[in-house]
Design a protein around this ligand. Structure first.
Ligand code: VG1
Ligand code: CO
Length: 543
């Protein structure tokens, strides 16, 4: 078989964002576009000859085409073996699990996560290192630098590799092993949680509904929740993965997971509801007519962690991304363990976990995880909750309310303004930055600004510095307003406004978050001039 060296020219826009390179499918379909990026990855990671790679994706449109291209390029670049999820499928946490379990050099994950899919939708690709986690910023910057100077890539001339049956084949000198995408992951889950106790709960009339949103977690949820744990058939809805997610937006929040939300707020609501996203790493947790914010969910898992077998020894520490509410900080304080605040994106948690500094971590954007893998993990969070529910034998709502009674409630909300003209979004950020000194110590109604900054982070493990990670306006009572530009969108700019206020008074814990945060929201809109500068009266999504 023939290895071809194809000459190419750089594309200027291959800078990985919060989680890999995400673009519209037609962008990826341009000749050489994917190839350039893959070669830039291979040129950056310096894998030794004969190394093993993991490859899989969330099954969205273009996944199959990309799998074949990457296999042929891996063969031409000296890899010895690639482990591919059957059908080209691996959820993001399952890919992380497989990389770690088989101690491979790294892996390539094909996903644009919660972004819509299909011929006009989004596609994405990212590299994960041997620890199973997303490449660090140092590596992603190297990949970007290589992509700007690329002149050629290597690819094997060969027929496509069949990927739909478990088998081992050869591609040139490279072995291609098609693996079951679900089994390693399921085994890992079984080692962490008390499956018999959860099974007893699910067979005792406790009803659950899991919305896989026609995304990658369908087969994982059916295997684990229905087959292994015995939840009645139909407990998993939208369980068949589709290349375009059935036309939906596979983002598990109150807006996009509306099928599930209707069921959970309807007449015969199940006791527990959950959803996950395109690539299976996000989760939304619902009780009967009750929504658990991701920030609260993280805090609650931390507070109850020792109820699950895998965390019986307690937690080394916890971490949250900067915009995530400080609810988990309060739990960490009570447990007397360290709590780290990192920039947005999972790549920052990896070093802390590798160094044994944290066990649990999470983000406000429906991401929770632990050191069992190096990605956030949607189904893991669901099983963790079910384990807690099986032990505590209370409703989701009463567990959360008790938590607030003990620790206080961090009211929290996020406003997303999607698809803004880039200049308008940058204008809002610029305006805020310019006003930092005017805002500091200013009083707004009952709120006094204590300080403002552009968040930067020094990694406590490798000392690397990440700047420009979001604008923070911090108030003297611990309330916060944060503005950040998204690094995962593919159309214009997405501006996120995060709001948080702490409430110790139990008699106010029943309030709706929008009501409790009303004044803070008004202040945020005022000082940012967001409405005037973007022409938007309403956010696209409120969480
Ligand atoms: C968003 C979330 C962030 C998350 C990232 C990847 O990034 O805010 O918390 O880590 O998506 O998640 P951004 O830059 O758009 O705010 V996923 O499930 O898309 O891999
Ligand atoms: Co995701």
């Amino acid at each position: 078989m023939n290895i071809r060296t194809v000459s190419t020219q750089p594309f200027p826009d291959q800078k990985p964002g919060t989680s890999g390179l995400r673009k519209k499918v037609p962008t990826f379909q341009q000749p050489h576009y994917l190839e350039n990026f893959v070669q830039s990855i291979f040129d950056s990671i310096a894998a030794p000859q004969g190394a093993t790679l993991v490859l899989g994706g969330d099954g969205r449109y273009y996944n199959r085409v990309a799998i074949q291209i990457i296999l042929k390029m891996a063969a031409a670049n000296g890899f010895g073996q690639v482990l591919v999820g059957r059908g080209g499928i691996l959820s993001t946490p399952a890919a992380s699990c497989v990389i770690r379990k088989y101690r491979t050099f790294g892996g390539i994950i094909l996903s644009a996560s919660h972004n819509p899919g299909g011929p006009d939708g989004d596609f994405g690709i990212k590299y994960n290192s041997g620890n199973g986690g997303p490449a660090t910023e140092t590596v992603t910057e190297e990949i970007y630098a290589k992509s700007k100077g690329i002149a050629s890539y290597r690819i094997l001339d060969a027929a496509d590799v069949p990927v739909d049956q478990l088998a081992e084949t050869k591609l040139g000198n490279m072995k291609v092993k098609i693996i079951d995408p679900v089994s390693d992951y399921s085994e890992l889950m079984e080692s962490l949680f008390d499956f018999p106790a959860i099974s007893t709960l699910l067979k005792s009339g406790f009803k659950i509904k899991f919305d896989a949103m026609h995304a990658v977690n369908g087969p994982y949820a059916k295997e684990i929740l229905e087959r292994r744990l015995g939840a009645p058939a139909g407990s998993v809805m939208n369980g068949v993965p589709l290349e375009d997610f059935g036309g939906g937006h596979p983002d598990p929040n109150l807006t996009y997971a509306h099928d599930l939300v209707e069921i959970m707020y309807g007449g015969e609501a199940p006791d527990f509801g959950a959803a996950s996203d395109g690539d299976g790493d996000r989760n939304m947790i619902l009780g009967k007519r009750f929504f658990v914010t991701p920030s609260d969910s993280l805090a609650l898992l931390a507070a109850n962690a020792t109820l699950a077998r895998g965390y019986k020894q307690g937690l080394a520490g916890v971490a949250r991304s900067m915009p995530t509410s400080a609810a988990v900080d309060r739990v960490a304080k009570a447990l007397d363990i360290p709590c780290y605040e990192t920039p947005t994106g999972w790549k920052f948690f990896g070093n802390l976990m590798d160094a044994g500094k944290v066990t649990l971590c999470g983000e406000e954007s429906f991401g929770t995880g632990s050191n069992h893998v190096r990605e956030k993990d949607g189904l893991w969070a669901v099983l963790f909750w079910l384990n807690i529910l099986a032990v505590r034998k209370q409703s989701v709502e009463s567990i959360v309310r008790e938590h607030w009674e003990k620790y206080g409630r961090n009211f929290y909300s996020r406003y997303d303004y999607e698809g803004l003209p880039t200049e308008a979004a940058n204008g809002v950020m610029q305006h805020l930055r310019e006003n930092f000194s005017l805002l500091t110590h200013k009083q707004f109604g009952s709120y006094a600004v204590e300080m403002c900054d552009d968040f930067s982070y020094i990694d406590p493990v490798d000392g690397s510095l990440s700047k420009g990670q979001g604008l923070r306006i911090l108030f003297s009572d611990g309330s916060r307003i944060i503005f950040r530009l998204s690094g995962t969108g593919t159309e214009g700019a997405t501006l996120r406004m995060y709001l948080e206020a702490f409430e110790a008074d139990v008699s106010r814990h029943h309030l709706d978050a929008q009501e409790a945060l009303k004044e803070l929201i008004r202040i945020a809109l005022d000082i940012s001039e967001l409405q005037a500068r973007t022409g938007r009266d309403q956010p696209t999504v409120i969480t």
